[in-house]
Write a protein that binds this ligand. Structure first.
Ligand code: ADP
Ligand code: ZN
Ligand code: ZN
Length: 745
């Protein structure tokens, strides 16, 4: 590679603009993507830039291209750290450098600070009265009006003076020069609303909490950095443990990033952290305005905050010296980016920690298979919290077999057991949460008599119903017409599954006309404040029943909830991906943990067509270890993550034939390039086949999967794909890679 694309300093406004430079012979071995280099730039001296691309072709006339002067000394400056991180993300997840840069620089534009301006009296009252009289005499009406107002009020907002009093800037200027008034401007923080003054509330940790926190703190004191998994049942006081560790880190002059999975959790988490750490806490999320986000970003960069709370994008907070990253509810799917590059926040956090020497603390009641597996291999340190912090008994969990309900002629969405418990709670004025699992909702077909879902004969995943009436496998492309009766038991009660939260609300209203309901789903939470409104309204007991999707089960603490109903537990079990059982277990165990958190006893009803499935049985028992042992066996057998790795390669474009041809050709090239390892079965290929959702926005989608034990084999394939990206793009086809996908395609 002879030429480098360089961005000259990282001006956040314009990361798209690059300049091409020549790499002199002696630097060709050392200049890489992410390198910081000295460059000539106009007649300015001492300019540096970052290499974001390499090529062997000049893009402009050869003679106009200048040479790179040399490598700039690697500083710890934040921009070069972010760039190095961008390069790492690009290697490990694919995508273009530009897409990656946009990811690591979540705030692209500076937004003018919001300013509050006030006018105040600058001299004593006698002098002001003198000037007032003089102004009246000389018929300076505007001056007179301003001074007399200020004699009454001392200070007035500038807005009011110009609009209501109709006084010009010239008038104010002239009075300022005379020393009669002064203009005061103050930058306003666009994000005050959460800043509770630090009341320094901290609880006394119990023995288990104490042991967990001091393990991390002692390691830090000894100069050891590590990754820790706090595995604690819901309500065991994980957050208190995080805060204890954070307290130590902040006192040692370093900064902390805390990731939470849902915007819905921002409010209560920030409040809790602010109570302990005061206004050194800020938060960041996509619902903030650009101005609000810029202010937070700047505060972090200037060092006026120590703790940043937010979703996965908060990882890219430009802290000078991060000492700790905390990822709460680390198993959550929301930590995987949906856009390109499809990075996983846990893995990126590990990389940031490696780069900066920070430690990583993960927490969950239902750890991801990945993280728990790493504790078994000794890569992470396992810290267990086995008891609930406050005296609270675990709820009584009951599994209801929906096949029996059907036999007993109950075709409603509520089992008789659930209805009778709901009646009881409404009578006692205790609260209820009804939870609908919407994952995998996209039309798997199941039998209401035997509970079996129609499956692919080759892949052990459920088939998905398509509009043309066919059922298809999203992994291998197998297809079959919709059967008229259950292939297993012959029952005619076979249908695509699907019930929305709205329909549940209607049914509740029919059964219990006087019950007050609240609904929380994607529809009711479109604007910025709605999460908080719904949650605080439910917390204030303004409603009896909260109905919602998975967003209601995560981490919320409602002491008056004594009944949780899970309406169709197996919906995600039939989802078309290898993580289906894990997701089901997590959702059920978390949802069950919501009931009876204070001194009231709780009940949980799990409605299912598959009461014997290990994910459901172990979730009802809150028995993570049994679940883990069965699930990891399945992953081992099929070489699925975390035992092996998968890369999905997705091509999409408006022309079906071209797209299909392109993925076949690309797959052939990859197979050819990696022939020996493919022949040795170290890389296994599945597909190519039309994607599960085979067309989106008139774009046809094709997918091929590569499985390998070695992650680097997959990144090698990804790098190979990169070579053809321009060619593919020129044919009007876009190309995406997804490593260890969280969902099926
Ligand atoms: P988790 O994050 O594991 O769900 P939390 O940290 O939210 O648990 O703790 C659950 C509840 O128990 C909170 O109300 C918290 O204030 C309280 N709590 C946690 N630890 C203690 C403790 N050591 N003493 C008293 N209360 C505690
Ligand atoms: Zn059947
Ligand atoms: Zn299949």
């Amino acid at each position: 590679m002879t030429y480098a694309d360089i961005i000259v300093d990282i001006s956040h406004e314009n990361i798209d603009k690059t300049f091409q430079y020549r790499i002199p012979e002696d630097l060709q071995a050392s200049v890489k993507i992410g390198s910081k280099v000295n460059i000539p730039f106009g007649n300015r001296k001492g300019m540096t830039g970052y290499v974001v691309g390499l090529s062997c072709m000049p893009k402009i006339e050869e003679s106009r291209i200048k040479d790179i002067l040399g490598l700039a000394p690697r500083g710890i400056d934040i921009d070069s750290r972010m760039l190095e991180l961008a390069a790492w993300i690009k290697t490990n997840y694919g995508g273009t450098m530009n897409e990656t840069l946009k990811t690591v620089l979540p705030v692209k534009k500076s937004v003018r600070p919001a300013v509050k301006t006030e006018i105040a009296l600058a001299c004593d009252r006698t002098r002001a009265e003198e000037i007032l009289n003089e102004s009246i005499k000389k018929h300076f009406v505007a001056k007179a009006r301003l001074i007399s107002q200020l004699l009454e009020n001392d200070v007035l907002p500038k807005d009011l003076i110009s609009s209501k009093l109709n006084i010009s800037a010239a008038t104010i200027n002239s009075l300022e020069k005379q020393g009669v008034v002064e203009v005061r401007s103050e930058k306003i923080d666009r994000n005050k609303r959460f800043n509770e003054t630090g009341k320094n509330v901290s609880v006394k940790l119990n023995d288990e909490q104490e042991a967990a926190a001091s393990r991390v703190i002692n390691d830090m004191k000894a100069g050891k950095r590590g990754t820790y998994l706090v595995f604690g049942v819901t309500g065991s006081g994980k957050t208190e443990v995080y805060m204890e560790i954070i307290d130590h880190v902040v006192k040692s002059g370093k900064q902390v990033i805390v990731l939470i999975p849902e915007i819905a959790l921002t409010f209560q988490t920030v409040l809790r952290f602010s109570r302990r750490f005061g206004d050194r806490v800020a938060f960041f999320n996509s619902k903030l305005s650009p101005g609000e986000r810029y202010d937070q970003y700047l505060k972090a960069k200037e060092g006026s905050i120590d703790i940043m709370i937010g979703p996965r994008s908060a990882l890219f907070t430009p802290f000078e010296n991060p000492g700790l990253i905390v990822i709460d509810e680390e198993h959550e799917g929301a930590y995987k980016s949906e856009g390109v590059p499809k990075y996983h926040a846990r893995e990126v956090a590990e990389e940031i920690c490696r780069m900066t020497g920070a430690s990583l603390v993960l927490g969950s009641a239902t750890p991801s298979l990945e993280s728990y597996n790493k504790t078994q291999k000794g890569e992470y340190t396992l810290l267990k919290l086995t008891k609930r912090a406050k005296e609270a008994t675990l709820p009584e969990v009951e599994i209801v077999d929906l096949r029996e309900e059907l036999k007993n002629k109950n075709r409603t969405i509520f089992s008789l057991k659930l209805v009778s418990l709901m009646e009881d709670r409404l009578k006692k004025r205790e609260q209820i949460m009804l939870f609908l699992n919407r994952r995998g909702y996209s039309g798997f077909v199941s039998c209401r008599s035997c509970g079996e879902a129609v499956k692919c004969p080759h892949c052990s995943v459920s088939l998905t119903q398509h509009r043309d009436g066919y059922l298809r496998c999203h992994y291998c492309g197998y297809e079959t017409p919709m059967p008229g009766k259950c292939p297993k038991c012959g029952s005619p009660y076979i249908a695509a599954f699907g019930t929305g939260t709205q329909k549940i609300e209607e049914s509740v209203k029919k059964l219990f006309p006087s019950a007050r309901t609240l609904r929380m789903d994607a529809d009711t939470t479109k604007d910025k404040e709605s999460y908080e409104k719904i949650l605080s309204s439910f917390a204030n007991e303004e409603a009896d029943i909260l109905i919602g999707t998975q967003m209601i089960v995560k981490g919320h603490d409602f002491p008056h909830v004594t009944l949780v109903g899970i309406l169709a537990a197996d919906m995600s079990l039939h989802a078309t991906d290898y993580r289906a059982a894990e997701k089901t277990f997590q959702l059920l165990a978390q949802a069950a943990g919501r009931a009876g958190r204070a001194n009231l006893k709780g009940n949980v009803v799990i409605q299912t067509y598959k009461p014997e499935h290990y994910a459901i049985v172990t979730a009802a028992d809150q028995d993570y270890l049994s679940f883990y042992e069965q699930e990891i066996l399945y992953r081992k057998n099929l070489c699925y993550p975390p035992v092996g790795h998968i890369m999905a390669l997705l091509l999409s474009g408006g022309d079906d034939d071209k797209c299909c041809g392109a993925i076949n050709a690309l797959t052939a090239k990859i197979i050819d390039k990696f022939k020996t390892i493919v022949d040795n079965k170290e890389i296994v290929r599945i597909g190519p086949a039309p994607a599960g959702i085979s067309k989106i926005n008139d774009n046809y989608r094709y997918v091929v999967y590569f499985k390998a034990q070695e992650y680097t084999y997959l990144t090698d394939i990804c790098a190979e794909v990169e070579k053809y990206r321009d060619e593919i793009k020129a044919a009007g086809i876009s190309c995406q890679t997804d490593f260890d996908p969280m969902t099926g395609y």
